[in-house]
Design a binder for this molecule. Structure first.
Ligand code: FAD
Ligand code: NAP
Length: 328
C-alpha cells in the first residue's frame, strides 16, 4: 500500500547543499527527511580529487560525500533512497510524490536538486551516447586504456576530465571553441604541462562518427569557428564537458527562474517566491557553483526554514491565545 510520510522539513537532493541542510535542520530539531534522488551524493561522486574543500588539502569526491551523508544521518536526518517525481507547492502542507509510491507531506521544503551535465544536442552525439560518447570521465575513462580521446569544453570540468583521462589514454585532445580556457589557473597550468594533452583552439564538434555493428566511436569531425574548415580527429572516446544546467524540472513551472533556469531566491537568502520553500546550491547559483558555496547555502536554507516554522508556530500560538469572543 502507498505510504504517506509527514515531516516538518523535506530536503530534496543529496549533494553538499542537501546534506548540509540535513545537518543544520537536524540540529534545529526539525527531524528532516532527505530524499536522495538518482545520484546519491550529487555531482562530486563523478569526480576524483577535490582540492578546494576547506580542511582537506585533497579528498576524493565520493569519499567526501559518504562522510557528508554519515554526518547528516548522525545528526538525525532520515535519508531515503527515492526520487521525487512530482511536487505540489500550491498550498501548505506541501506534497511531494516519490517514484517509490510514497507521498511526502511537509511544512517546509528545501530544494537542493543541483545541476546536470549539458549535451550539445547533436544527432550523432545522441547516437553514440554510451557507446563512446560520455559526460563522465571518472565513470567511463577506464574503458579507453591506450586509446586516443577527445574532450569538448574549456571550463574546470573539461580541464579536470582531460587531466584525469591521461591516466588511461595515449593522447587527449581538448577541443575548445575559443583560445582561452575559463578553468582555474592552477588547472590550466597542469593541462599545459601535460605532454599527453593537446589543446585544439577555435574548434567545435561537428559530428561524431564510428562503426555500426557493434556501435562504437572511431573519430570526430571538428569545425574551425573562424574559417569553417572541417578536419578529422581519430578517437575512440568523446567526453562532452560543456557545462551544467540546473535540475529544475520539479519547479520550473511554479517558481521564478532566470539565467537559463536557475531558481530565483531573495537577495542574501534562500527564500523562493513561495513562503516555506527554500532553494540552495547549484539549482539557484549561476555564478559560483562550488561544493563549499552549495554547502553554505544548504546551511542558510535550514536556518531560514527553522525561522519560518518557528515564526509560524508563534503566530499560531498567538492566534490560539486570543481571547474567545462571546459568540464563539
Ligand atoms: P548536486 O551535487 O548537483 O546534487 C544534486 C542532488 O539532487 C543529487 O543528489 C540528485 O540525486 C538530487 N536530485 C536531483 N533531482 C532530484 C529529484 N527529483 N528527487 C530527489 N533528488 C533529486 N566543486 C568544487 O567545489 N570542487 C571541485 O573540485 C569540484 N569538482 C567537480 C567535478 C565535476 C566533474 C563536476 C561535475 C562538478 C565539480 N564541482 C566541484 C562542482 C560541485 O560538484 C557542485 O557545485 C556541487 O556538487 C553542487 O552541490 P548541490 O548540493 O547543489 O547539488
Ligand atoms: P562552465 O564553467 O560553464 O564551462 C563550460 C565550458 O564549455 C566553457 O568553456 C564553454 O565555452 C564551453 N561550452 C559551452 N557550451 C558549448 C558549446 N555549445 N559548444 C562548445 N563549447 C561549449 O562549466 P563546467 O566546467 O562544467 O563547470 C561548472 C561549475 O562547476 C563551475 O562553476 C566550475 O567552477 C565548477 N567546477 C569546479 C571544479 C573545481 O573547483 N575543481 C571542477 C569542476 C567544476 P566558453 O568558455 O567559450 O563559454
Amino acid at each position: 500500500m502507498a505510504e504517506t510520510r509527514t515531516t516538518k522539513l523535506l530536503i530534496i537532493g543529496s549533494g553538499p547543499a542537501g546534506y548540509t541542510a540535513g545537518v543544520y535542520g537536524s540540529r534545529a530539531m526539525l527531524d528532516p527527511i532527505l530524499v536522495q534522488g538518482i545520484e546519491p551524493g550529487g555531482q562530486l561522486t563523478t569526480t576524483t580529487e577535490v582540492e578546494n574543500w576547506p580542511g582537506d588539502t585533497e579528498v576524493q569526491g565520493p569519499d567526501l560525500m559518504v562522510r557528508m551523508e554519515a554526518h547528516a544521518k548522525a545528526m538525525g536526518t532520515e535519508i531515503i533512497g527515492d526520487i521525487i517525481i512530482d511536487l505540489d507547492l500550491s498550498s501548505r502542507p506541501f506534497k511531494a510524490k516519490g517514484d517509490s509510491g510514497t507521498t511526502y507531506v511537509a511544512d517546509a521544503v528545501i530544494l537542493a536538486t543541483g545541476a546536470r551535465a549539458k549535451w550539445l544536442g547533436m544527432e550523432s552525439e545522441e547516437k553514440f551516447k554510451g557507446f563512446g560518447v560520455s559526460a563522465c570521465a571518472t565513470c567511463d575513462g577506464f574503458f579507453y586504456r591506450n586509446q586516443e580521446i577527445v574532450v569538448i569544453g574549456g571550463g574546470n570540468t573539461a580541464v579536470e576530465e582531460a587531466l584525469f583521462l591521461t591516466k588511461f589514454a595515449s593522447k587527449v585532445t581538448l577541443v575548445h571553441r575559443r583560445d582561452e580556457l575559463r578553468a582555474e589557473k592552477i588547472l590550466i597550468d597542469r593541462l599545459m604541462k601535460n605532454p599527453k594533452i593537446e589543446p585544439l583552439w577555435f574548434h567545435e564538434l561537428h559530428e561524431v562518427y564510428g562503426t555500426e555493428n557493434p556501435l562504437g566511436v572511431e573519430g570526430i569531425k571538428v569545425k574551425h569557428t573562424k574559417t569553417g574548415e572541417i578536419t578529422d580527429i581519430a578517437a575512440k572516446g568523446v567526453f562532452v564537458a560543456i557545462g551544467h544546467a540546473p535540475a529544475n524540472e520539479l519547479v520550473k513551472d511554479t517558481l521564478e527562474t532566470h539565467m537559463g533556469g536557475y531558481v530565483v531566491t531573495k537577495p542574501d537568502s534562500t527564500e523562493t517566491s513561495i513562503p516555506g520553500v527554500f532553494a540552495a546550491g547549484d539549482l539557484t547559483d549561476h555564478e559560483y557553483r562550488q561544493a563549499v558555496t552549495s554547502a553554505g547555502m544548504g546551511c542558510m536554507a535550514a536556518l531560514e526554514a527553522e525561522r519560518f516554522l518557528s515564526q509560524e508556530g508563534d503566530e499560531t500560538a498567538v492566534q490560539s491565545e486570543q481571547p474567545q469572543t462571546e459568540e464563539a
